[in-house]
Design a binder for this molecule. Structure first.
Ligand SMILES: CC(C)(COP(=O)(O)OP(=O)(O)OC[C@H]1O[C@@H](n2cnc3c(N)ncnc32)[C@H](O)[C@@H]1OP(=O)(O)O)[C@@H](O)C(=O)NCCC(=O)NCCS
Length: 144
């Protein structure tokens, strides 16, 4: 398993994974924008030459904001999401960024459990944060 920064040939697969995993996916233009401007914290995980997951973070006001992570269905629950998140945390640390935040749907048990294991803590409930009216949770992780 290889984790590396995203490259131009990965974008179609990333968009595909985004559409497979989310009811309200980031549109391709946003993925392209993130590819152009946030490549340092846009990582993919590759297995047998296939990209099977990705994570995208950005930096805002000296804080890391993790926007999205997704793992291909047949590779879920094998520790790959956790592995990828750890590599993203390393990439942030290289940039001197140790305060991280992210939002997640209150119903997303899998993601919440992964983030908790990684040291993220719920700090706020974001009422009707999502397009369908669902609440979001704001999670933060300080330097551990
Ligand atoms: C969230 C996601 C990235 C997790 O990736 P993953 O590779 O399956 O996660 P891991 O195998 O590293 O699991 C990490 C922990 O999460 C928990 N977990 C993972 N999937 C779970 C599930 N379906 N139900 C309950 N807990 C789950 C486990 O507790 C696991 O810890 P453990 O190994 O100690 O048991 C993956 O489920 C996914 O792509 N989901 C769809 C996209 C999404 O919701 N992204 C997050 C919002 S941006």
């Amino acid at each position: 398993m290889i984790v590396r920064n995203v490259g131009p040939d990965d974008i179609y697969t990333v968009i595909d994974l985004e559409y497979q995993n989310f009811d309200y996916p980031y549109p391709p233009e946003i993925i392209n924008f993130l590819y152009e401007f946030h490549r340092d914290t846009f990582l993919v995980v590759e297995r047998d030459k296939d990209v099977i997951g990705f994570v995208i973070g950005i930096v805002q006001k000296r804080e890391g904001h993790i926007l999205v992570i997704a793992i291909r269905d047949d590779y879920k629950k094998k520790g790959i999401g956790t592995f990828l998140m750890k590599r993203l945390i390393d990439a942030y640390e290289k940039k001197g960024i140790t305060r991280l935040k992210l939002e997640v749907r209150a119903s997303n048990v899998a993601a919440l459990s992964m983030y908790r294991n990684l040291g993220f803590k719920i700090t706020n409930r974001l009422k009707h944060y999502y397009e369908n009216g669902e609440d979001g949770l704001l999670l933060r992780r300080e330097n551990l």
